[in-house]
Design a protein around this ligand. Structure first.
Ligand code: SF4
Ligand code: SF4
Length: 278
């Protein structure tokens, strides 16, 4: 057992040394306070020693995501998944070594696309955990949306017996309800609800589109994450022209070799059996 006090600061430093970009903390009481998540999906129900949930996020790199559907996005997505599992496992062991019993909820718990068609959710929601940890808010598109990366993040959650003060919640919705994601969703999965910022979502339609992409060896889709105008990463990559996404299909139908889309089309034509250029 390692000596020395385990503080929020030391956990953040350790998580970042393992590759985390965002590290936020939610006391398990927030699940009870909000009452949005069914009781059997709450941290205490999954593990009765849980006192705090540490939510780790890593970004999806915008220019790679912009090439979706492509082998390159698929590989980056897989890289984020294995990194998150590594961080979740290694941070749990690091906390255990300091005398704080900890486990992690792997970043996906839905099994595969066929299982997802029958059971539409995983056993634990990292999106709600991230909301309760003050990492972001829940967007129209059902994704977590963050000020830093918009919805271009992937998350994992560590449940620990250590009590740590929670981070402040983000009170104002980060999503602007611009509905660009609805307009460009290839499976038309979103329907606007007048009484909520979060859309009605046809999970089956989204999943069936993913089955097509998987058959072409270029999945997931990720277009609702790609096109969202929110996120500081847009400034970094100087990619703020959302009209480029809105015009993409029309321009490529007219001219598949349009120079504004050449790089994305190139990436879509390699490593995949799909012939579509968008
Ligand atoms: S594209 Fe617009 S509506 Fe969709 S998640 Fe982003 S901000 Fe919200
Ligand atoms: S992942 Fe693709 S198909 Fe699914 S909701 Fe988002 S844009 Fe639509």
């Amino acid at each position: 057992m390692k000596s020395g006090k385990t503080t929020k600061r030391s956990i953040i430093a350790k998580a970042k040394s393992l590759g985390a970009s965002l590290v936020n903390f939610a006391p398990v009481s927030r699940w009870e306070e909000f009452g949005e998540v069914l009781p059997e999906y709450r941290p205490k129900a999954l593990w009765d020693k849980a006192e705090t949930v540490i939510v780790i996020a890593v970004p999806m790199l915008l220019p790679v995501l912009e090439s979706t559907p492509s082998i390159n996005y698929q590989e980056m997505y897989n890289a984020t998944n294995s990194l998150l599992d590594q961080i979740g496992f290694r941070l749990s062991v690091w906390l255990n070594d300091r005398g704080h019993a900890s486990i992690f909820m792997p970043r996906d718990g839905y099994g595969n696309l066929e299982i997802l068609l029958n059971k539409y959710q995983g056993c634990f929601s990292h999106v709600f955990a991230a909301k309760y940890a003050g990492q972001g808010t829940i967007a129209y598109s059902h994704n977590l949306i963050t000020p830093e990366y918009g919805p271009r993040v992937r998350m994992v959650s560590i449940l620990t017996s250590l009590k740590i003060a929670g981070d402040p919640l983000i009170e104002k919705d980060v999503c602007t309800k611009c509905e660009v994601c609805r307009k460009l969703c290839p499976s038309s999965s979103f329907t606007t609800r007048p009484d909520s910022i979060i859309a009605e979502m046809d999970v089956d339609a989204c999943t069936r589109y993913h089955q097509v992409l998987r058959g072409e060896n270029r999945w997931p889709c990720g277009i609702c994450c790609k096109v969202c105008p929110v996120g500081g990463d847009r400034k970094l990559y100087e990619s703020t022209n959302i009209g480029r996404y809105l015009r993409e299909r029309e321009v490529l139908d007219e001219n598949p070799e349009d120079e504004n889309y050449r790089s994305w089309v190139h990436q879509r034509q390699h490593g995949s059996s799909g012939n579509r250029i968008y």
